[in-house]
Every structure is written in structure tokens, then in C-alpha cells.
Design a binder for this molecule. Sequence first.
Ligand SMILES: Cc1cc2nc3c(=O)[nH]c(=O)nc-3n(C[C@H](O)[C@H](O)[C@H](O)COP(=O)(O)O)c2cc1C
Length: 525
Amino acid sequence: MLEYHQRSKHHLNRYAPGPGRLDWANQPDPFRSFAGAPTIKLPLAADALSTRYQQIRRGKLPAPREFDVHSVGILFELSLGLSAWKAFGSNRWALRCNPSSGNLHPTEGYLLCQSLPGLPTGVYHYLSRDHLLERRAAPGDPLWTSTFGGGGVVVGLSSIYWREAWKYGMRAWRYCQHDCGHAIAALSYAAAALGWQTRLLFAVSDESIAARLGLDRGDDFDAAEREAPEALLWIGADPSPPPLGCTRDALPDAGWLGRANRLSVEHVPWPDIELIHHATQKSATPDAATYCAASLPSPAEPALDPTFATLARQRRSAVDFDGETHLSAESFFAMLDALMVRENIPPWNVLASRPLVHPALMVHRVVGLDPGLYMFLREPSALADFKQSMRPEWLWEKRGPEHLPLFLLLPYDLRAIAKSICCHQDIAADSCFAVGMLAHVECARDEPWRYRHLFWECGLLGHVLYLEAEAAGVRSTGIGCYFDDEMHGLLGINDDRWQSLYHFTVGGPRDDLRLSTLPPYRTVP
Ligand SMILES: Cc1cc2nc3c(=O)[nH]c(=O)nc-3n(C[C@H](O)[C@H](O)[C@H](O)COP(=O)(O)O)c2cc1C
């Protein structure tokens, strides 16, 4: 795991191994489908959902909706569903509520449910292009269905590494994990808008996830790209998930249907991705000890008060910032506040673990705040650790509201440095602030599967920033392309226990006026 991490770093003078050029003829199909699997069209019902984003971030969830084909349709529509089609000349491409590195979307979504109004018992694959479910398994055995629990549903996630490797080579595996984190967050927000809680089924092994989602069925994939099992999420009205058997023995034959489509004609093997995939396999483990977050006041209200449905579909990555917008200190602090773990509030309701990722901030344009380098410590015990690991000269001066663990390390104009660290991307300098997410990689040394969970946590943080930025009237962008050790050098990190696993940037967007936007499902692209 550590070897992969080192070798997949970008350096100022050398990028991580990649394909070198884009083989457009082999660009992977962005949509997986299973030919021969019966389909169930989901209604497009999200417009009728009145839950406001502000309610969700304060934990004031609506009364839980009944589970049926309508509510499950909304869950997928506002998480993994399409948010728009973009067009430039004769080119058309879909955007989704969940972001993805390079818009390549390696994450596939599955639904496992007992019989619900409008949805028979089954294992379903979600096809976002058509907003429908493909019924991969039609289990008849009540013992099997009982493993999914009652009073809720299970959503499964997998990754198709090739989708990202086609463009990004060895580093692609990291992006698949970020994207999985974003998908987890997107699901937990959409579930909360329906009054439901979301929990990661932590104990389950990857082998068991693969068996439950049908990913281990070699014949159904044949020459098609395989999917790596990632996560099972319990989504229900009750915050405590029912026990779910951890072993694959719980699965007798379930009458599987459908064959996966092939996404590219040819593939380039990336042995390092195989290596890290195997190194980070998770076996069955005891459940995680639940982290008890300190009780905090609700975060201040953002500038805008949209419905969650509007916000989820309007979320976009900025492609350019104006280099002028100044964010108010209130908006900045409210955004940071939303990154703090609060009980039963998405996306933090998903992971039970202690926060292991802490943002280092390069602040450029926040009214009343010195431009400079800051640390935001989401867990108080990290302070001593960071002080020990980082440059001893840092000021560590507390800034912002009393309950926010925000510390100024150095007042300085970091725009040029931010740009150069983020692979020379202007968006890191022209923003209001840029972020590097420092993760406690040391915790994954003995249990390498935890390395994946660190990327997921980064994706969760990123997703909060995406939604918070929209609600504040600005915009943000995830940044996977950055020079790892240059960021560590800036912070004066003197060991490899803390590593920057994801970057982000928030600012006043400048739209690309050459592109036109079409609604997601109501026009034929
Ligand atoms: C993990 C990850 C890494 C990304 N890295 C970059 C990046 O380095 N530079 C950039 O301009 N956009 C980056 N993006 C933004 C994607 O290009 C964007 O999400 C994608 O094009 C889909 O557009 P949307 O977010 O507007 O739906 C990244 C997004 C994710 C999720």
C-alpha cells in the first residue's frame, strides 16, 4: 500500500505513470448496463420533494418517507442520477449529481431490497442514463432476502477501475476511491432529504459485497470490465442497521440475470492498480467502535436557501474562477463548520470512525481574514500530532468562532504556491481558498483497507464543500492533480504519517459560455 502511495505521487518534475496520450477510440462507455436483465423504470419525482438543504445540514430531517418505487427513485435521482446534459458543437456529455474525476464515473450503484410497493425483491443495478433499475437477481429464498434486513434498503457501490485508468493510469485507483466517497456522501444527503439515515455496513468483507452484488459472477462479465466491490450502505428510517451476515455463505442461488456490456474494445493493463486492489482488500471485521462527536452549535445559515433537489442538481465543478470574488468570513466559517462531525447529520452519519482527515487551507480572499496558511483540525487530539510533525515555526494562532478549531500557521500570499502545487491549475490561485486534505495514513499501515476509507473520507469532505459552496452562492472543484510532496514541503511535514490525499478549491465561478446545458431526462440527447 505504501509503495503504491509513493509511486502514484505526482512530482513537479515527473508525473505518476500514465498512458501519455488519450486513446479516444477506446474511451470507455460511461454507462454500464446488463443485457437481458428485466428493467424497472423509476419515476422522476424529485421535483416534488420540498426538503431544504438548510434543514438537512442542521439535522432537521423531514418525517421518513415510506420505501417504495417513488422514494427509491428520488434517492437515486438526487445522488447518482444525471443532473444535466452539456453540449459543445456536436458533442454531448452527461453530468451527474455526484462528481467524478475527469467526468469518467467509475462508481456503479446497486440496490438490494425486499419487496416494496412497485419493486419486487431483488438485487438491482442502477442505470443513471435512463434512470432505471436492472433486476440482476430475483431471489425467491426468504432466508436470503432476510439478510438485507427490514425497514430499509441496502445500496451497494463498486468501482470500474478501467474507466479512470484509461485516462489517468496508475493514479486512477486513487480517483476511484475519491469518487466512491463522493457517491457515499451524495447518497447520504439524498437519503436525509427523504428523512432516512445512512450507515456504512463496516464489518462486511469485500468478498461478501461482491457475492451480494453479483460482481463475482465471471460468466456474467465474460470479456467485460470487472467491478471491484467497495461498500454496502444501510439506508433506513431507523439509524441502527439490522445485523447483516458477514459471510458469503448466506447466499444460496438467487437466479441471476443479465450480462455486463463491454466498455472499451481494448484495455491497457495497469499492474500497479491490480497490486493496490489486492493490497487493500477488506476481510470481515468486527463493527467499528462508534465515534462520539463533541456536541456543537448548528452551523450558521448559508446565504441561499434552496431545496435539496435544486442544490443537488445545480452542483457543478467550476472550470474557472474570476480571481476577484471575496468570500464573507461568515460564509467561510459556515462552510468549515459543516465539515465538523455531527451525529446523524449527513454525510457524517455514514462513517462511524473518528475523523482522520484534516484540511490545510491556503486562504486567498476571505473578508477580514489574513491571506495565508491555516489548519482546520476536525478532531482536537490531532493538534499535538500535527505540531510534532510540522515545521516548528508555525504560529498556531486560533482564528474564527470559539468552537471552530481553525489555526493560522502563517500569514502570506500563497496564490502562486497553490497554483504550482495543484499541477499549475489556475483554479487553485484564482479561488477564495484552496484546500489540501491531510490524512492519517499511518492508521492504514497494519490494516491497508483503511487506506481506501481515508480517500472516502476525503470524498465526503469534498462533497460537503461542493454543496456548501453552491449554497453560499459560489462554486468549487475537486482537485486530484497535485504534487503531493510539494504540499508536504509547504507544510514542513517531516514524516510520512500525514499525507495529502485530495485537494479542493472554492471561489467565484466564471462559466464557459460556449457550452449549452440541457435538462437531464426530458430531452433526447
Ligand atoms: C476526485 C476528483 C478529482 C478531480 N480533479 C480535478 C482537477 O484536478 N482539475 C479540475 O479542473 N477538475 C477536477 N475535478 C472535477 C471533475 O472534472 C468534475 O467533477 C467532472 O468533470 C464532472 O463535472 P461536475 O462536477 O460539474 O459534475 C475532479 C473531481 C473529482 C471528483
